[in-house]
Design a protein around this ligand. Sequence first.
Ligand code: KG4
Ligand code: ZN
Length: 343
Amino acid sequence: MSLILGIESSCDETAVALVDTDRVIHAERIASQVDEHAPYGGVVPEIAARAHAEKLTPLLEDVMAEAGASLNDCDAIAATAGPGLIGGVMVGLVSAKALAMASDTPLLAINHLEGHALSPRLADASLKFPYMLLLVSGGHCQILLVEGVGQYRRLATTIDDALGEAFDKSAKVLGLGYPGGPALEKLALDGEPTAVALPRPLKGSKEPHFSFAGLKSAVSRAHQSGDHADADLAASFQQAAVECLLDRLRMALAQHSAPALVVAGGVAANKAIRSALEGLAAEHSMRFVAPPLKLCTDNAAMIAWAGCERLALGRFDSLDFKARPRWPLDPDAETVRGAGVKA
Ligand code: KG4
Ligand code: ZN
């Protein structure tokens, strides 16, 4: 058994976790920066970087104290090295390098998306490669065929906004504050999913790519018209999002097969989306796997776990590894307009 320290700082959560290769999370801490960014309605990169720098050391101390561990007990230090807001990524990565150097342990520079992509295997030891992954977060919306650690075939991406971004922007239109995804889901419970006619962008198109910018704009127009209750708008938006996901996944599954359908990323916390995906998996005789909610949104356990997976394969990184603002999981995938990558 090996023990890995994981650090996550690519967006607006500062997180630290100690995870072992037997899938035990010894301790974890997350400090959200929601309060710092809320007045601006979105993440402000400079504020994020400063907040990561302030919060990281106390979180590290808390995690070590709770686990009763010291740096010398760690077999490697894993940190998100991209993609994300570069200032924040650098804070986490430079700290990991310092810890690795001080304790003479290897550094594992983790792709944040790989953290999300492998997180279902932390929660479920029986999940084997390959699997079809819907990765839906604030910055990304992709369908990936996960063939192994470091082996990702991107089948689809968004040509404009990520789904989490569309949730957040639509929530902002409805005055729900930031981050809006969970608040919009809650409001949708009181609304009628068929009340407002909203578009299903790219529905039926052969390439299984996504587009959500038009949907978000339609919500904004419908809201301005004053003809609809906010709850109906929220429910109708969520319904349109679900239908887009199902249509695009059906297209991907018509072209590629896998024994399991897996969802990961912050938007995977959405219960309407989870249950729709569960139905789709059953339709295709696939297993459905969704990690517990706390592993869906940004966290450090998934970074430590991706480190465990890489450690098992001996894939260490050098201390001069550079932070990467952009870092596709599938370097061979064609560039698509917009590409759905924030920051
Ligand atoms: O993976 P994540 O924590 O950060 C990124 O890497 O982007 O995802 C955050 C995104 C935000 O856009 C947030 O609104 C969305 O996930 N989200 C949700 C829900 N919970 C979080 N969207 C819809 N329904 C939810 N319950
Ligand atoms: Zn994320």
